[in-house]
Design a binder for this molecule. Sequence first.
Ligand code: HEC
Length: 141
Amino acid sequence: MRGLVLAAGLLSALTVSAAAEDSRMAIDLPPDVKVQFLEHMRTHMISLNDVIQLMANGKIREAGALARKEMAIGAGKGFGRFMPPEFREIGFEFHKAADDFARATADLPEPPDAAAWSKAMNGLAGITMRCNGCHAAFRVK
Ligand code: HEC
C-alpha cells in the first residue's frame, strides 16, 4: 500500500517535471490556422514516406522530384507570416534542403551505384535534419 502511494506520488512528480522541461518555444496560432498547419505537417510525413519508398525502389530521381514538388520553396502554405523569425529561418532551410536534394539526385544513375546512394542519402538527411531541428525548437499552443 505504502509502495503504491509512493509510486503514485513519483508518477505525478514525473508528469510535472516532464511538462516543466519542455523548453520548446510555444507558438500562438489562430485556431483555424493551427488546424491547417498541423494538417500540412501530416502531409510532410506522407511526402517523406513517399520519397523514401521511391528511393527503396531505386527511383532516386523521382524521389528528388517529389521532394521538390511537395517540400521545396513555394510549396509552403504561407504559414510563415504567423511564425517567429527563427521558425521562418528553419522553414526556409527546410524548403531549401528539399530543393538541394532534388538537384543532387537529378542526374544520378538508376539503379544507383554506391556513390550515388551516398549522395542521395546525404541530401535526404539534410531534409530530415530540418524536420527534427524545428520540432526540437517549437510547438504550437
Ligand atoms: C520550420 C519548422 C518545422 C519544420 C521544418 C517541420 N515541422 Fe513538423 N511541426 C512543426 C511544429 C511547430 C509542429 C507542432 C508540434 C507540437 O505542437 O508539439 C509540427 C508537427 C508535426 C507533426 C504532427 C502533426 C499533428 O497532427 O499533430 C508531424 C507529423 C510533422 N510535424 C511532420 C514533419 C515532417 C515529416 C517534417 C519534415 C519533412 C516536418 N514536420 C518539418 C514544425 C516544423
